[in-house]
Design a binder for this molecule. Sequence first.
Ligand code: UFG
Length: 340
Amino acid sequence: MIKTVLVSGGAGFIGSHVTVELSQAGYEVVVADNMSNCDDTNYKGVCAILGKEPPFINMDFCDSSAVAKLFADYKIDAVIHFAAFKAVGESVAEPLKYYRNNLLSFLNVLEAARQSGAAVLFSSSATVYGEPEELPVTEASPRLPATSPYGNTKQICEDFLRDCCSAYGLRGTALRYFNPIGAHPSALIGELPRGVPNNLVPYITQTAAGKRERLSIFGNDYPTPDGTCLRDYIDITDLAKAHVCAVRRMLDGKMESGYEVFNIGTGRPVSVLELVNAFEKVNGIRLNYCFAPRRAGDVTAVWADPSLANEKLGWKAVRSVEETLAAAWAWEKRISLHEE
Ligand code: UFG
């Protein structure tokens, strides 16, 4: 029996890559998105990669009757919830916008799952670990108080899911992503930030493409080997495959408890400067960059211990940072410079 997976936010960066991997693994995928933070570029790319059009529903997950109707129209075996706002700085300025959207949409998903019995996968973040005292972080590392409303919504949604699994017997998984970067090897789907990018890799690729004059490296006086921050950059296709493993584990009855949490990272710390140098080297480009003051709210270093996901999900990150940065540049060239 073919199982059906609903992907909320399925037209976005992570959602589109997950749609591709799930479909290629034999799942029926229903894509839902309100297109509030993207256009149809990635959905069209998904259709081109797959050679078919997964059902697409334009809807807002804050609309409880629309969510109920979706679950009535399709027999959903699992739902992966990506639909959320994600700009850390904006969440500090507009907390109510973030709390209303990110919490209400997930409550509606949980209510639908309670009634239908669908398994739930929540897209969480390494942000729940804050500035960790010990590295690498394991799933047992303490969750520290969030430094932004965005981060707080990740913690609260994890708690919503844990409590609903315990009370209603739901199956739930939270995947804590480290820093997802790159693009599909086809260059047909990738990251499409609106306006000035907040994140490092789209800022790098847009600078290389001439859309931004210069990259600012925020802080070179951190207590790290080269003074710049350390992160765990995870290839978007590797990350997407982790979702297939987690959905399969839930639907095949392999979970060890109703609610499970996994770090999704490489286990490899890379500094901002190392990432910039790797981008220049693999793509043969000199990047215009300068050192700038630290960015408020940045942690010095965070990287994953991914051994739980390696063992229990049978998943492992396999792509090198170089491969990923080459894919990111191929995507940027197609989108900005119209090079095929
Ligand atoms: N950076 C720069 N220049 C830029 C952009 C970023 O030097 O123009 C640096 C940052 O200071 C940081 C590193 O690049 O040291 C990575 O920054 P990103 O913005 O790409 O990623 P973050 O680690 O800040 O953010 C990620 C996710 C968020 C999540 C956050 C906290 O994108 O969703 O981790 O865990 F909330």
